[in-house]
Design a binder for this molecule. Sequence first.
Ligand code: ATP
Length: 334
Amino acid sequence: MTTITIIPGDGIGPEIMDAALHVLDVLKPGFEYEFADAGVAALEKHGELLPAATLDSIRRNQVALKSPLTTPVGGGFSSINVALRKHFDLYANVRPAKSFPNTRSRFPTGVDLITVRENTEGMYIGEGQEVSTDGETAVLTSRVTHQGAERIVRYAFELARKTGRKKVTVVHKANILKSTSGLFLKTAREVAARYADIECNELIVDNTCMQLVMRPEQFDIIVTTNLFGDIISDLCAGLVGGLGLAPGANIGDDVAIFEAVHGSAPDIAGKGIANPCALLLGVGQMLDHVGKPELANRLRDAIVATLEARDSLTPDLGGNGNTMGFAKAIAARV
Ligand code: ATP
């Protein structure tokens, strides 16, 4: 029996988590749940944003499903999501983007790609941030390591093999960022040489953005450094209908946390109208991860069928349904 740590989170978090758990009840993957607090919900109950009991639960179970968390503005709080990534060394941020019917998408068909973003290095290490005393000059440190580049590119190729995908595109800017992006590209070439069965191509990040907007169907798996991956994965979410349909996984060697990419949407919290699809697609990634791909596929097919039928869609998708009604419509099709 697999036990999953469930973090209901903040804002619309508990609403979409209830919806996800309802669909899981119908899918019957045989999970047990351990509920844990994080974010403002945890601050109010336990006086801290990320209680040790929550970290212990995730470490023990190795798999967590997490709703959006709010990091309070001010008060010196740093991002809880970043803290989780650092704590468990979740180096791979994996974001699928697939066309769905009846969404406000430029590409209602043809897109089926995964962005694999390095999650721990690059521009986001938070070191060396300085602004000169006259306020005229700002610098920061970007760090890429051979070990960090090797493991993320290897992850991308292994993912390709596991999912039957055929091509990995290494996205870089090695022509200008010769040290950091240069090392990433050189390492990626070493790794690619070990995977003769998977096609590998290289693309400069600016060209990648243009190609994604013009011909996204040419991409299969994209692997890249932290900053480029952050931007590209949101661009890809936009190609297929926006954040309401964008799931993500943060994966390390020991622990994996699955989530919706969007935030806690305080503007619609408590109204019962949040779209549960992003978290449900995160559930799909989680089912794949724990070795239940047939259930994952049934869930994804049910989401597509519900969108196709325009059954109980939430307002962000142009319907007038509610979160649980939408979840029930999906559950009825799994
Ligand atoms: P945070 O600071 O937690 O990131 P935010 O409001 O800045 O919150 P999001 O929560 O991602 O960012 O919300 C951006 C917009 O998208 C909001 O208008 C929100 O209502 C909408 N939105 C986000 N997620 C959903 C969802 N699941 N269903 C419907 N609308 C959503």
